[in-house]
Write a protein that binds this ligand. Structure first.
Ligand SMILES: N[C@@H](CCC[C@H](N)C(=O)O)C(=O)O
Length: 289
C-alpha cells in the first residue's frame, strides 16, 4: 500500500501526518508503529490523521464536516489530546485543505473540541479546553519514582483531556541527570497511564508589560517515551507551578523544553498554548499491507 504523508514538528515533538478526509485509510496500531519507526519507517513521536468527524466513530456528536485530529502515539495507542500536534495539525490543514485559520477554527479530538488560530510567522495558538488540577490541598496528590531521581518525589496530577503528573525539581542539574529511557513509576497507579513532567522553576519576569513565569521541563510521554516537547505537558506544568506558587502567581508561563519554547496562558478554567509548527517534508511510503 502506498501512502502519501507529511512530516512535521512542533518544538521537535514530531509527527507523521496523513490527509484522509473521508476515512478511506484503515489506520491500525501496526501501521502507526511502522510509520513512527525511526529506522524502518518515517519516524515520529506519533501519527496525526486529518479526517472529517463524520468519517470516524470518535467524531460522533460533532458536525460531520468538522475536522477531527485523530492522534496516535508511536506505540499504536490513541490519546485524547496532543497540544504540539494540534499546532502542526493546523499548519497541515492550511497546506492540505486550504483552511484559513486567522480567525480560529474549531476541530474535534478524543478529549473534546479545541480551537487553532494562526498567529503568523509559523506560530499557532491552541485553545486547550478545560483542565482539572488534582487535589492540591497539601500541594501534591501522588508520588513519582524515576531513574536518576533519589528519593521518590511528590507530584500533582493534572487532567488536560489526557493525564499528566508534574514533579518539581530544585535545579537544572537534577533535571539533566534524569534517565527517562524507562517510564517513571507513579503512585497511585493511574488507571489509563500518564505523561510525567519534571520541571524546574526559573523565576518570574516582566515581558511586554505582562508578568511571565519561566520553567524548564522534560517529559516522559505515555505511548511515546521521552520526547523533546509536550504541549499538554507544558500546560500541566504551568498549572502546577501556578498552584504551588499561590496567589499573585503569573497567569502566563514560558516553558523551555529540549526542542524549543512554548508559552502557556491560563485564562480562567482554560489554557491557551502558543508555539511554532513546522511542516518539514511530504512524500510517499510503501507501507506493509
Ligand atoms: N506530545 C503531546 C501529547 C501526546 C499524547 C500523550 N503521549 C498521551 O498519551 O496522552 C502534546 O504535545 O501534548
Amino acid at each position: 500500500m502506498t501512502l502519501t504523508f507529511t512530516k512535521g514538528h512542533g518544538t521537535e515533538n514530531d509527527f507523521v501526518l496523513l490527509f484522509d478526509p473521508h476515512g478511506d485509510l484503515d489506520l491500525t496500531p501496526a501501521l502507526v508503529r511502522f510509520l513512527c519507526d525511526r529506522r524502518a519507517g518515517i519516524g515520529g513521536d506519533g501519527v496525526i490523521r486529518a479526517i472529517r468527524a463524520g468519517a470516524l466513530d470518535a467524531g460522533a456528536g460533532l458536525d460531520p464536516a468538522t475536522w477531527f485530529m485523530d492522534y496516535w502515539n508511536s506505540d499504536g495507542t490513541t490519546s485524547e489530546m496532543c497540544g504540539n500536534g494540534a499546532r502542526v495539525f493546523g499548519a497541515f490543514l492550511e497546506a492540505e485543505a486550504g483552511e484559513d485559520l486567522a480567525r480560529g477554527l474549531e476541530f474535534g479530538t478524543r478529549g473534546g473540541p479545541r480551537t487553532v488560530t494562526a498567529l503568523g510567522g509559523g506560530r499557532y495558538a491552541i485553545g486547550m479546553g478545560r483542565y482539572v488540577v488534582g487535589d492540591a490541598t497539601e500541594g501534591f496528590d501522588s508520588e513519582v519514582a524515576a531513574r536518576g531521581l533519589d528519593p521518590v518525589r511528590p507530584a500533582l496530577s493534572v487532567d488536560m483531556g489526557n493525564p499528566h503528573h508534574v514533579v518539581a525539581l530544585p535545579d537544572v542539574d537534577e533535571l539533566r541527570g534524569l534517565d527517562l529511557t524507562e517510564a517513571p513509576q507513579v503512585h497511585p497507579v493511574p488507571p489509563h497511564g500518564t505523561n510525567v513532567e519534571f520541571a524546574v522553576a526559573l523565576g518570574h519576569a516582566e515581558v511586554g508589560g505582562e508578568a511571565h513565569g519561566r520553567v524548564r521541563m522534560r517529559v516522559h510521554e505515555r505511548g511515546s517515551g521521552e520526547t523533546r516537547s509536550c504541549g499538554t505537558g507544558a500546560c500541566a506544568v504551568a498549572l502546577a507551578m501556578r498552584t504551588w506558587a499561590g496567589p499573585g502567581a503569573p497567569d502566563v508561563w514560558d516553558i523551555e523544553v529540549p526542542g524549543g519554547e512554548v508559552t502557556v496562558r491560563i485564562e480562567g478554567g482554560t489554557t491557551v498554548l502558543e508555539g511554532p509548527a513546522v511542516l518539514v517534508a511530504t512524500g510517499e511510503v510503501d507501507a506493509p499491507a
